[in-house]
Design a protein around this ligand. Structure first.
Ligand code: NCD
Length: 328
């Protein structure tokens, strides 16, 4: 009988990531994305069972910001793969005692982990840490910049629904200005050949966005929804001050919230996505959440699969890990 390891090696086909950290979708090649999504599909199809693929590996989950799904799925993924997983919450670390984040990262690195997963409110910090420590770094969300594992699980969800990402019309609505989810989603779907449009109050759209991403901007949600395959609603991020960019949440919901009537303006087989946590009846009307067109909970399931793939690939590179050699 074929063993799990043989099956996984067959899926992996001797492929390795071209990077030793996953900080931004910009750093991933199309081949890297294919490899991560292929392995994620494998983990999902085999039921994300408990295997000893990462026995002897150590993973630190250092979360300096709140999280439910990202943190628990990284923890579960690491444990399912057999690694020792240690969770660190911002409020309980020495950063509170004025140790620098970089020193804290060096401290964690001294315990020789294979992977450090980091979430921080400061854009760019995971990149700096990745340059300084030997362990592989995964950015689990940095400020308003990127959240690459979310982008990857979103791409997997879209691919599962349509069999492709190429050529689809994707509409992102809501708080683009403060969204790291948007940062990774836009990068990955454009890389995979989708067409991107956004609809939001102008105050929630970063100036110069068209210089960074190839996209169309709409101020009217009804017009934007026409000819759309994927409707992706973002959370209004009150903790980042979104409230001073809109009159009220109620007003936002009335002008940009996705109601059943509005969702029907999209294509017949359109899907609805949201990264969570979702504010029911603000970004998406409650009645839509449990519908089969809504992929809200599928996204969470795919998060576990994608994070399993990322941890496995980064902790067990087939070829020599350049990062480790360079830094010794
Ligand atoms: C997001 C985050 O925290 O970046 N959630 C998530 O990880 N699924 C989005 C958000 O908080 O709005």
């Amino acid at each position: 009988m074929e063993t799990y390891l043989e099956k996984i090696n067959e899926t992996r086909k001797n492929r390795d990531l071209s990077v030793s950290d996953v900080v931004s979708i910009d750093d991933l090649s199309k081949k890297d994305i294919d490899l991560i999504l292929d392995l994620a599909k494998f983990f999902k199809e085999t039921g994300n069972k408990k295997y000893s693929l990462l026995q002897d590996a150590t993973i630190f989950n250092a979360f300096f910001e709140d999280s439910t799904r990202t943190r628990s799925s990284f923890e579960l993924a690491g444990k399912k793969l057999g690694a020792d997983v240690i969770n660190i919450s911002g409020g309980n670390t020495s950063v509170k005692k004025r140790e620098t984040l970089l020193d804290t990262a060096e401290v964690l690195n001294s315990m020789r982990p294979e992977v450090v997963v980091i979430r921080t409110s400061k854009s760019g910090v995971p990149y700096t840490i990745a340059k300084h420590i030997k362990a592989a770094v995964i950015n689990a969300g940095d400020g308003c910049h990127e959240h690459p594992s979310q982008g990857l699980l979103d791409a997997l969800t879209i691919k599962e629904a349509f069999g492709r990402v190429q050529g689809l019309n994707v509409l992102v609505t809501g708080d683009i200005l403060h969204s790291r989810v948007f940062g990774s989603l836009a990068r990955i779907i454009l890389k995979m050949g989708a067409n991107l449009k956004i609809a939001a109050p102008y105050t929630l759209i970063p100036r110069g966005i068209k210089k960074v991403f190839k996209l169309e901007i709409f101020n009217n949600i009804e017009k934007a929804l026409t000819n759309t395959d994927v409707v992706y609603a973002l959370r209004v991020q009150e903790e980042r001050g979104s409230n001073c960019f809109i009159p009220t949440l109620r007003e936002f919901s009335k002008t940009f919230g996705i109601s059943e009537a509005r969702f029907r303006l999209a294509n017949k087989n359109a899907i609805l996505m949201h990264p969570g946590p979702l504010m029911r009846d603000i970004e998406v009307h409650s009645a839509l959440v449990g519908k089969s067109e809504s992929k809200y909970f599928n996204q969470v399931e795919n998060g576990l699969a994608v994070r399993s793939a990322l941890l496995y690939l980064l902790a067990r590179p087939i070829k020599t890990n350049n990062k480790i050699n360079n830094l010794v």
